[in-house]
Design a protein around this ligand. Structure first.
Ligand SMILES: O=C(O)CCC(=O)C(=O)O
Length: 432
């Protein structure tokens, strides 16, 4: 059938606009790396700021969903040259014989002295790396009187004070006989929930939230495929090849059609290589709106009107592991299909999880390298398995590492009707 000439012209105009926009976005991103990411963040914030009762809200939601799709497609299609790695802190035998004491080594000496490594052990590391013993010894001795190092020592005392405050508070928490057990219980009243779990910063698993959720009867991989298989979603892919897959999650984004992804999960067996995580913005897209209709009563202190903006679904095979990290807000995570094992560490133990970069810890809770991360040996890890129908409440800043024990479908939401915006000052040392 031939197209109506008027429609044809209009379609061509829309197509031309989309093409121009895509080209301009790509050029802007090339010239200013991260540009599209910032525009996406701005659009997400603008969208969040539109009140629920705004006239024509579904239309506005659809406009934002389309906008985000265009932006994400442009972002995904750009190939960035690999960024150079940060230089690693020098390790034994990295440098040639009689290497000079470079600035890298001076920084290494300062950082390791701040960690209270002994001058003798540092000297043997440096000589083993081929540095002249007399030069190494002199550099180690000199650092103590270096004015910049002395300033770092003074500031370290301020940090140590805060560390002792949190260590004492943790001691109090852990002295409770029930500290090591994550409670599983029916939803308490709003007052008790807010007082005991939100303000008390105590994780809990709620066993009855999903009693009336259509999702419990309906959601399955096959149902996802049947109802939404034609839609695009953003997944994380190629994670097995990257030990830092979570920190590098932007590099692992891939847009795929949900149907073939469901087939891949069903056929692929246990693996951590691919996972549809909360980073996907699927629930912001009108195509996925029916999923939200399957969500019934919410836990105490949730704002229903914010559910669409502040929720995500997760889908993946058995074997996905989300490494140890903390979130920047409080959230609920409801298991609809399959079980997940959560391993939790108190925020008051943050100084012992080697949080050198962002919200991440390099420690694998299942297999901690205590030679490299000895303080982690002092940490108490709390364990809980969340079964289908159960809901984990994760209070502020709790560290968690999460393993899917089965093919898993879950729904997470941060729409508390209490202030849930927090600000963190994150370190960015990636070479420790
Ligand atoms: O389910 C997972 O794999 C991770 C969940 C998580 O980290 C979260 O909801 O914050």
């Amino acid at each position: 059938m031939s197209a109506d000439p008027v429609d044809w012209t209009q379609n061509a105009q829309v197509g031309a606009m989309a093409y121009l926009l895509h080209t301009l976005l790509q050029e802007a991103e090339r010239q200013n790396r991260g540009f599209i990411g910032k525009v996406i963040e701005g659009a997400v914030d603008d969208h969040k700021g539109i009140p629920a009762g705004t006239p024509n809200k579904p239309f506005v939601d659809a406009v934002f969903a389309e906008t985000l799709q265009i932006l994400r497609r442009s972002q995904a299609s750009i190939e960035h040259p690999a960024l150079p790695e940060l230089p690693p802190a020098p390790r034994p035998r990295e440098l040639g014989a009689q290497a000079p004491v470079s600035d890298d080594w001076l920084q290494w000496i300062a950082e390791n002295r701040l960690r209270e490594c002994t001058p003798d052990s540092m000297l043997s590391t440096m000589t083993a790396a081929g540095i002249d013993a007399a030069q190494a010894k002199a550099a180690i001795a000199r650092i103590e009187t270096d004015p910049a190092f002395r300033a770092a020592r003074r500031m370290q005392k301020v940090e140590r004070k805060l560390e002792s405050v949190v260590a004492n508070l943790q001691k109090l928490w852990a002295s409770s006989p029930r500290y090591g057990v994550i409670e599983k219980r029916k939803s308490p009243s709003r007052d008790e929930f807010v007082e005991r779990y939100v303000r008390g910063c105590r994780p809990v698993v709620l066993t009855d939230v999903t009693k009336d959720w259509g999702a419990m009867k309906r959601w399955s991989p096959e149902d996802l495929k049947r109802r939404f298989g034609h839609l695009d979603v953003e997944i994380q892919d190629g994670r097995d090849a990257d030990p830092n897959y979570e920190e590098n999650k932007l590099a692992h984004r891939k847009i795929v059609q949900l149907g073939p992804f469901v087939d891949r999960v069903l056929a692929g067996g246990p693996t951590n290589d691919y996972y549809l995580t909360a980073n996907n913005e699927a629930l912001r897209s009108p195509g996925f709106a029916p999923l939200l209709e399957d969500i019934g009563r919410l836990p105490p202190a949730c704002d229903r009107s914010q559910l669409g903006h502040r929720s995500s679904f997760w889908f993946g095979p058995a074997g996905t592991t989300t490494p140890l990290h903390h979130d920047t807000l409080m959230l609920f995570h409801t298991q609809v299909v399959g079980r997940k094992r959560w391993r939790l560490v108190s925020p008051l133990e943050t100084p012992k999880v080697y949080n050198y970069n962002g919200v991440f810890s390099p420690v694998d809770v299942d297999n901690p390298d205590l030679a490299r991360y000895p303080l982690f040996g002092e940490v108490t890890v709390l364990d809980v398995i969340v079964e289908p129908g159960e809901t984990m409440f994760l209070p502020l800043a709790w560290w968690h590492q999460v393993l899917s024990m089965d093919i898993s479908l879950s729904f997470s939401y941060s729409n508390l009707d209490l202030p849930n915006d927090f600000v963190y000052q994150n370190p960015d040392i990636r070479n420790w």
